[in-house]
Structures are given as structure tokens and as C-alpha cells.
Write a protein that binds this ligand. Structure first.
Ligand code: SF4
Length: 340
């Protein structure tokens, strides 16, 4: 992938995260779960990149490895600091601390991610206190501002998480993530645990905050319907690797990978009662400890040919900023969907 380097905030190169499988009394390593197996992409300053795939495909591990919540097995994570790009993957814990302010996470589950014994004031102010950025009245004023920015009220600050609905709790989590004025936010399935009626409100809020605070999002989701409106570009992940990446409009209208086509067929139509012809993928996602040879998607692909079973498809650009890993991408006429 190539682009104007000035506009890139995050550049992930060949990222790998393998978890050892240990057995026996001596805990010998007998194999590896290849959760992330050579992922590369970049995110431009101020854009939203959607990262989509079924559960177990490695998208959450990718997000956490970028943030150094867990350490990478291999690969590089370049993050812009002024004029320079810094490889986050090789920084020591001490060097990492100032950078942590700039990269924050919003968790999937607003019920378990907030400490039930802390008030809203404690939850939202904690990152500011840890980094010594405010105290006393200034700290309280900043928490008030953050709560208002996410649509809550300052009188909420002395309450505990149990007093709030799921959508409100997610707003508290967002206020906490914003406290240090980050540039990059990894939003890890931020609306999956919420009612459908609340999901749109939280996504709208994230869009408003992006404009207000100049944020860049890596937005992780397990289906394409959630990321449709918020993403500038979308990367589709399968079994530890990205199989397709394009602008949101292009990916939905003109998918080039059979897995993307199947995911798109599950996106509900806008008109109530209307359904699409669903492409049902046969079988389960194979184990990342023993992935199939050749194209990892081949056991579930309805377009499989002999070459797919033995040769790994090359990751290549077909069209403007449209990347895919499929042997048959040029010849297949896949079904996209119209987006509004
Ligand atoms: Fe299907 Fe073959 Fe393309 Fe893999 S390379 S997605 S098996 S057509």
C-alpha cells in the first residue's frame, strides 16, 4: 500500500501475535495459535478504518497488540509523533508511557469494563490523575466537560455504574477514553453489547466526537452493517489475516473477495421486511493453530479451485486503493450491496 506518508497516523506492518500451546507437566510448547498472522494496513490521520470479521479471526488481538496491551510476536507498529514515525512495538515500558496518552481503547462490554466500586468521577478522572495532568478543581472541571461532551450531565459524576443504562455506561467509557485527548482510539466492538436502538446513538456520538476532537478510529466489529456508515475504509479479516481492504463505498458495492461477499449478504436491508439472499458459509472457522494450506478460506469458499488448496493468494491492489488476497479476484463477479 502506498500513500502520502504525511497523512498516515498509524502504519502496521506484518504484525504477528502467536500464543503458545503448552502441554504436559513440563508445560512444553507443542504448537502456536496464530491469532494474528502477518497483518499490514495503515490509518490516515482523522479517518476511521473499520476492521471486520467473525469472532476468533484475530481482530481484537490486532487492536490490543497495536496498543501494546499485549506484545507482538513480530512486526512493526509505526505511530506518528510530530514529523517522525515511532515503532511502538519496540519501545520499552518507560518509553511507552507518554505514548499511551495518545492511543486509547473503548471496550466492547460497558458492563464489565467499568469498575463497579468506582464513581463516574473516579472512572473518568483516573487517567488524568495517573498521568499527573490535573488535580483539584481543574480535575473536576475537566470531568464535567468530558461528561457533557458525551451527552451526560455533571450531576452524574457521583453515581456508580450500576445506576446507568448500557448506552450511558458506554458513554462513560468513551469519556474515560477521551480524558487524555488521544489521537487514536481503538474502538473494540463498542456497540455490540447494546440494544439496536441505542447502537445508532453511540455511533453518531463517536462521529461527532471525531469531528470535535480530531480523532482517528480503528473501529472493530464482527459484521459489516455496524461499520457501514462510520468507516472511510474497511478491512476484512479472516483467520488472522486481512483478505480485502477498500474504501467503504467500493467494498460494499464491488467486493472482490468471496468472504466479503458472504458477510455483505448478511447485512439487513434498509426497508423493513425485505431480506437478501443470504450466502451461508459451510463449516466453522478453522483453528488458527492449524490453518488450512493455500488460501485459508478455501474449505468454506464456494468458488474454490485446485490452486486455492495449495498456493497462498498474493495480497495485491486491483483498482484504486482496493486490495485483495484471492486467486480468482479478477474473474469472479461477486454480489455487493447498495448503501445509502
Ligand atoms: Fe475462494 Fe480461491 Fe479466492 Fe480463496 S483464493 S477466496 S478459495 S476463490
Amino acid at each position: 500500500m502506498s500513500d502520502n506518508k504525511q497523512s498516515i497516523l498509524l502504519d502496521v506492518r506484518n504484525l504477528k501475535k502467536f500464543f503458545p500451546i503448552q502441554r504436559g507437566l513440563l508445560r512444553q510448547t507443542v504448537g502456536y495459535v496464530k491469532a494474528v498472522d502477518g497483518v499490514s494496513f495503515f490509518v490516515r490521520d482523522g479517518e476511521t478504518l473499520g476492521l471486520v470479521g467473525e469472532s476468533g479471526c484475530g481482530k481484537t488481538t490486532t487492536g490490543r497488540t497495536i496498543l501494546r496491551a499485549i506484545d507482538a510476536t513480530d512486526g512493526e507498529v509505526w505511530f506518528r509523533q510530530g514529523e517522525n514515525m515511532i515503532n511502538v512495538a519496540e519501545l520499552s515500558r518507560r518509553q511507552l508511557k507518554p505514548l499511551r496518552r495518545e492511543m486509547q481503547i473503548i471496550f466492547q462490554d460497558p458492563f464489565s469494563s467499568l469498575n463497579p466500586r468506582m464513581t463516574v468521577m473516579d472512572i473518568v478522572s483516573e487517567p488524568l490523575s495517573i498521568h499527573g495532568m490535573a488535580k483539584g478543581k481543574q480535575l473536576k472541571d475537566q470531568v464535567c466537560e468530558l461528561l457533557e461532551a458525551v451527552g451526560l450531565k455533571s450531576q452524574h459524576m457521583n453515581r456508580y455504574p450500576y445506576a446507568f443504562s448500557g448506552g450511558q455506561r458506554q458513554r462513560i467509557g468513551i469519556a474515560r477514553a477521551l480524558a487524555l485527548r488521544p489521537r487514536l482510539i481503538v474502538a473494540d466492538e463498542p456497540v455490540s453489547a447494546l440494544d439496536v436502538s441505542i447502537q445508532a446513538q453511540v455511533i453518531n456520538l463517536l462521529e461527532d466526537l471525531q469531528a470535535e476532537f480530531g480523532l482517528t478510529y480503528l473501529f472493530i466489529a464482527h459484521d459489516l452493517s455496524v461499520v457501514e456508515h462510520i468507516s472511510d475504509r474497511v478491512a476484512v479479516m479472516y483467520l488472522g489475516a486481512i483478505v480485502e481492504l477498500a474504501t467503504s463505498t467500493e467494498l460494499y458495492k464491488n467486493p472482490l473477495h468471496p468472504y466479503t461477499e458472504a458477510l455483505l449478504s448478511a447485512v439487513p436491508k434498509d426497508e423493513p421486511g425485505q431480506t437478501r439472499e443470504r450466502i451461508l458459509l459451510e463449516g466453522d472457522v478453522p483453528s488458527p493453530s492449524n490453518p488450512p494450506p493455500g488460501c485459508k478460506f478455501h474449505p468454506r469458499c464456494r468458488y474454490v479451485e485446485d490452486i486455492c488448496r495449495t498456493a497462498v493468494p498474493e495480497w495485491r491492489e486491483l483498482g484504486d486503493d482496493h486490495w485483495v488476497a484471492c486467486h480468482r479476484a479478477e474473474e469472479l463477479q461477486l454480489r455487493g450491496i447498495q448503501t445509502t
